[in-house]
Design a protein around this ligand. Structure first.
Ligand SMILES: C[S@@+](CC[C@H](N)C(=O)[O-])C[C@H]1O[C@@H](n2cnc3c(N)ncnc32)[C@H](O)[C@@H]1O
Length: 237
């Protein structure tokens, strides 16, 4: 399990996801958070994942078919318009989805319809305010982070979402129980596969003019990042 998934699993447990829970995963993408939740709820519980992108839902469905998992279902839906017809849930989760909403307060407020009494909403977002941080020069790591930041800013994402979460949830009418921030740390022996992320969103990086294909050189990016970490023998976050 990578660092982001570890954080997510802990968040799900803290939010009360347990055997028998009913969980709604908002902006489920390819289903990674739904699968972590499915593990926790077991066969007595169930997980519903929704995403606006039908291509991602196809990938998520294929995953559960391949793994023969029966307590998860996926639907293509705009989560800003979900209604109680999808069901009532003990816990509603979302990872890296609120940052992309134009009206985050309305988005969260609308989810209340799908929450059981005393239910919990838990969101994990990606804030870019206090990164990068490094004491040794790591120019390639900084450059890659700049490409990612430029791309999602260009797409209209809120890169300061972490600092805005309290405001969003309280304005949406919720009581904030707990907030936690955790950096992703890369070391020579524990990398976070940033090159895979760059590869996955390469067309978006190019469309935003954050970098050219030649600058990125995706075929060698992972090796170059790894070499930079090994040479510095330092950590990067
Ligand atoms: C960065 S991905 C994260 C995917 C997944 N939550 C994860 O962590 O692996 C953001 C996802 O949110 C979805 N999304 C954004 N706005 C949405 C909306 N209004 N309704 C449903 N899905 C949405 C996107 O299609 C995309 O799959």
């Amino acid at each position: 399990m990578n660092q982001a998934d570890n954080f997510t699993s802990e968040l799900l447990i803290k939010a009360g996801v347990k055997k028998g829970s009913k969980v709604l995963d908002i902006g489920c993408g390819r289903g990674d958070v739904s699968l972590l939740a499915a593990d926790l709820v077991g066969s007595e519980g169930d997980v519903v994942g929704v995403d606006i992108d039908s291509g991602s839902i196809d990938v998520a469905r294929k995953k559960i078919n391949d793994l023969t998992i029966s307590n998860v279902s996926f639907y293509t839906t705009d989560a800003s318009k979900v209604s109680e017809t999808i069901g009532k849930f003990d816990v509603i989760v979302g990872r890296r989805v609120l940052m992309y909403q134009i009206k985050p307060v309305e988005f969260i407020r609308n989810l209340q319809k799908c929450l059981k009494k005393n239910g919990m909403i838990a969101f994990q977002e990606h804030d870019m305010e206090m990164v990068p941080s490094n004491t040794q020069p790591m120019p390639l790591h900084c450059k890659v982070q700049k490409w990612l930041r430029h791309t999602i800013s260009y797409e209209g994402a809120d890169t300061s979402i972490g600092f805005n979460l309290y405001d969003i949830f309280t304005k949406a009418g919720f009581k904030v129980k707990e907030m936690k921030a955790e950096p992703i740390i890369q070391t020579p022996i524990e990398p976070y596969n940033v090159a895979a992320i760059v590869e996955a969103i390469l067309p978006r990086i190019l469309a935003s003019n954050a970098a050219t294909k030649d600058e990125i050189e995706i075929e060698t990016l992972e090796a170059r990042l790894s070499e930079e970490r090994s040479k510095s023998n330092a950590i990067y976050r």
